[in-house]
Design a binder for this molecule. Sequence first.
Ligand code: HEC
Length: 136
Amino acid sequence: MRSIVRSVLPLALFAAAFAACGKSEPRLSLQMVMYQIDFEEKAMREAAFGGDLAGVVRSGGEIQRWMGDPAFERYLARPNLPGEPAAFAELKAYFAGTLDEVLGMARSGDRDGVRGAYGRMRMACDVCHRDFRPGL
Ligand code: HEC
């Protein structure tokens, strides 16, 4: 009996700990989310200039997904934001529009259009950084 308890108890504890972990979503800082976005943006640039439209769509989808991360809302709740929350929302929406444009070009098979739209999207990153991450 005791040996059963000894062998089952650790397993049960492990299972409980595992279940608890599974419930809580990882809470990333906006900086960590930005590093993911940065990684995908670089992959997108390579794909755009290599004519790999499927790669552009894949990275663009990942960027869209990261743009929906709750880290953005937590960031806005911070004290001492460098700019206005409404301006941040506008810049984020503007960026989303440029990303949609890249995806639209990629889906329609327009390789030149993708490169132009990619350039405008990349500038939209910096337009936001100018106000909200000065010095980047
Ligand atoms: C709507 C605003 C906004 C947009 C759009 C945006 N960023 Fe950011 N980015 C930020 C903010 C704010 C930070 C600072 C986060 C922090 O440190 O808490 C940041 C930080 C970063 C960092 C980390 C810098 C560091 O070392 O601290 C990188 C890299 C980055 N962004 C890349 C990008 C790229 C690439 C894009 C476009 C594909 C992009 N960002 C679009 C707001 C934005």
